[in-house]
Design a protein around this ligand. Structure first.
Ligand code: 4AD
Ligand code: MG
Length: 504
C-alpha cells in the first residue's frame, strides 16, 4: 500500500492506494476520481478501453465518499492536485457510500457542526487538524528540548483554581468534585520536585458563554518553573510562541495555503513582542495614547466607514449580476459564472455585516472602559487590532486576577501577564509569578471565598522550601484559531464541547 503523500517516490511505478472518493467527474469513456487518503488528494483516471468493462461500470457509478482500493501507474502532472496522476488498472470497492450530506455547495455552520464527524473529511478541516497536530508536536519539542518534564495533572479536583463561577461540578464517590479548570496548582507542586515542568491536558470551564473564544472543554499547556520571576516568564513565553509559530511556518506551508492564510503577520513572530503595563494598555484602548501612529478610536471609526462603503458596493454588484442573469438569451457559462460570483459576494457581505454590527460595540466598550477593570473580549479586540505581533500586558490590578498571583512592589498590582494575539484575536496565554507569602495567600483565598481546607496542601508549598516561581497557560485552541485565522475556536478541535453543543 502506498500513501498519496509518497507518490513522488513512485513515478512510473504501479501502486495501490486506499482511500475515499472526494470528487468524481465523468467524460466520454473516462472517469476522473479525486481520491482522498488522509495524506493528500490525487486524481485517478479510469479509461474505458484500458480496464475491464465491469470495473469501468463500477467506477462510473461511484458515489462521493465511497471507499476503495485503486491500483494503477503513477504519472507526474503538475496541473493536477498533488502533482501526480494515476492511470487506473484495477479497482476494488470497500463500500459504496449512501448519498453524502456534505456537498461542494455552501452549508450553514450549524449543519456542518451537526455533521462534524463527516465535516472533518473536508479539505479545509483536514488542513486545520494538521496544523493543530504540528502545533501540539512543536509544543512538546520546545519543552523537551529545554529540559522541562511533562506531567499529567488530575482532572477530578477538589478545589477551584480559576474562581468558582465557571466550575463543572461532578461527584467523586460521595463527595462533590470539579472538573479541572487548570493543572497549575499541581504543576507548582511538581515544579518543586522537578524544577521545570509542563502539563498538556484537557481543562474545563462552565461559563454559559457563546463567544468565538470559548469552549467548555479545551486543551491547555501549562509550564511552571522554580526560580523564575515575571520577566523570565515573559522571555520564556516569547521564545516559546516564536518556536511554535516558526515550526508551523516551516512545516505547514501546504496546509496554510489550503486555508488561504496570509502568513505575513505570522512571520512577524521573529520580532520582539511589545510588553505593556496594564496602565499603558488601558490608555491605548481608550484612545488616549497612540501606537505605531494608530489611534484605537479613530482606527475603528475609519474601519466602520470602510465596511459600510464595502457593503454598499457589494449590494450594488449583486443587484447588477442578478439583472444580468435574468436577461433573456444569456449563455449558460456566463449565468454559472455570475451565480458563483454572487454566492461569493454574499459570503463576503455576511462578514462585512458582522463587522458593521461589531465595530460600534467595540467603539462603545473602548470609550466606556473603566480603569481597574479586567479586559473583555471587545477590549482585547480593540487593542490587538493595532499591533502586528502578539503583545504582553503585565502588572494587572490585583483585584481582577486570580488569587495565586504575586503582588507587585506597588501593591495595587499583581505580577500577572496576558499574551494577546494580533488581528483582534486577543488572549491566548495567561500566566504570572506566583505569590510566595503564605499569609497574603491565605488572605486572598479568603477574599475569593475559596474553601481553605482544599488549599492546605497548596499552602504546604510555601511552608517547605518556598521559592520564587512562575508559569503560564496557553489555550491550544486559541492559538490554533489565530494561526489559522479562524472566525471561531469551534473549528480548531475535532469535536468541540461548548455551551449548547455536546454532540456529535
Ligand atoms: O487565563 P486562564 O484562565 O489561566 C489559567 O488557567 C492559569 N491557571 C494558567 C497558568 O498560569 N498556569 O487560562 C489560560 C488560557 C487562556 O489564556 C486561554 O488561551 C485559554 O487558557 N482559555 C480558554 N480557551 C478556550 N475556551 C475557554 N473557555 C478558555 N478559558 C481559558
Ligand atoms: Mg486569563
Amino acid at each position: 500500500m502506498t500513501y498519496i503523500k509518497d507518490l513522488k517516490n513512485e513515478e512510473g511505478k504501479t501502486v495501490s492506494l486506499n482511500g475515499w472518493v472526494s470528487n468524481k467527474r465523468t467524460g466520454k469513456g473516462l472517469v476522473f476520481i479525486i481520491l482522498r487518503d488522509g495524506t493528500g488528494l490525487c486524481q485517478c483516471v479510469v479509461t474505458e478501453e484500458s480496464i475491464d468493462p465491469t470495473l469501468f461500470q463500477i467506477a462510473d457509478k461511484l458515489s462521493q465518499e465511497s471507499s476503495l482500493k485503486i491500483t494503477g501507474t503513477v504519472h507526474k502532472d503538475e496541473r493536477q492536485v498533488g502533482g501526480y496522476e494515476i492511470q487506473v488498472t484495477d479497482i476494488s470497492v470497500y463500500h459504496i457510500a449512501e448519498e453524502y450530506p456534505i456537498s461542494n455547495k455552501p452549508h450553514g455552520i450549524e449543519f456542518l457542526m451537526d455533521n462534524r464527524h463527516l465535516w472533518l473529511r473536508s479539505r479545509r478541516q483536514w488542513a486545520i487538524m494538521k496544523i493543530r497536530n504540528t502545533i501540539s508536536f512543536a509544543i512538546h519539542k520546545f519543552f523537551q528540548e529545554n529540559d522541562f518534564v511533562q506531567m499529567d495533572a488530575p482532572i477530578f479536583t477538589g478545589n477551584a483554581c480559576e474562581g468558582t463561577t465557571n466550575l463543572f461540578e461532578t461527584e467523586f464517590y460521595d463527595t462533590p468534585a470539579y472538573l479541572s479548570q487548570s493543572g497549575q496548582l499541581y504543576g507548582e507542586a511538581m515544579a518543586m520536585a522537578m524544577g521545570k515542568i509542563y502539563t498538556f491536558g484537557p481543562t474545563f470551564r462552565a461559563e454559559k458563554s457563546k463567544t468565538r473564544r470559548h469552549l467548555s472543554e479545551f486543551w491547555m499547556i501549562e509550564p511552571e518553573m522554580a526560580f523564575y520571576d515575571l520577566d523570565m516568564n515573559m522571555d520564556l513565553i516569547e521564545n516559546f510562541l516564536r518556536y511554535v509559530v516558526s515550526d508551523v511556518l516551516k512545516n505547514c506551508e501546504e496546509e496554510l495555503a489550503i486555508i488561504e492564510r496570509d502568513t505575513t503577520i505570522l512571520k512577524n513572530i521573529v520580532t520582539t513582542f511589545p510588553r505593556l503595563p496594564y496602565d499603558e494598555a488601558v490608555r491605548i484602548i481608550k484612545g488616549e495614547q497612540d501606537v505605531n501612529g494608530k489611534n484605537s478610536i479613530k482606527t475603528l471609526e475609519a474601519d466602520l466607514e470602510k465596511v459600510q462603503q464595502r457593503i454598499a458596493a457589494i449590494e450594488a454588484d449583486i443587484k447588477e449580476r442578478e439583472e444580468k442573469i435574468a436577461t433573456p438569451g444569456m449563455k449558460k457559462g456566463e449565468i454559472n459564472f455570475n451565480v458563483n460570483k454572487i454566492s461569493d459576494l454574499r459570503e463576503e457581505l455576511k462578514d462585512c455585516e458582522e463587522d458593521a454590527r461589531n465595530i460600534p460595540q467595540w467603539l462603545e466598550s473602548a470609550r466606556t472602559f473603566k480603569y481597574g477593570e479586567d479586559f473583555g473580549g471587545s477590549d482585547e479586540t480593540v487593542l490587538t487590532r493595532l499591533f502586528e505581533t502578539p503583545i504582553m500586558v503585565y502588572n494587572w490590578p490585583h483585584e481582577v486576577k486570580a488569587f495565586y498571583l504575586k503582588r507587585a512592589t506597588d501593591s495595587r498590582f499583581a505580577k500577572g501577564v496576558d499574551v494577546l494575539a494580533p488581528e483582534g484575536y486577543g488572549e491566548i496565554v495567561g500566566g504570572g509569578e506566583r505569590e510566595t507569602d503564605k499569609d497574603l495567600l491565605i488572605a486572598k483565598i479568603n477574599e475569593h471565598e475559596l474553601p481553605m481546607e482544599a488549599f492546605e496542601w497548596y499552602l504546604d508549598l510555601r511552608r517547605y522550601g518556598s521559592v520564587p516561581h512562575a508559569g503560564f497557560g496557553l489555550g491550544l485552541e486559541r492559538l490554533v484559531a489565530w494561526v489559522c485565522k479562524l472566525p471561531h475556536v469551534r473549528e480548531t478541535i475535532p469535536f468541540p464541547r461548548m455551551y449548547g453543543r455536546l454532540l456529535p
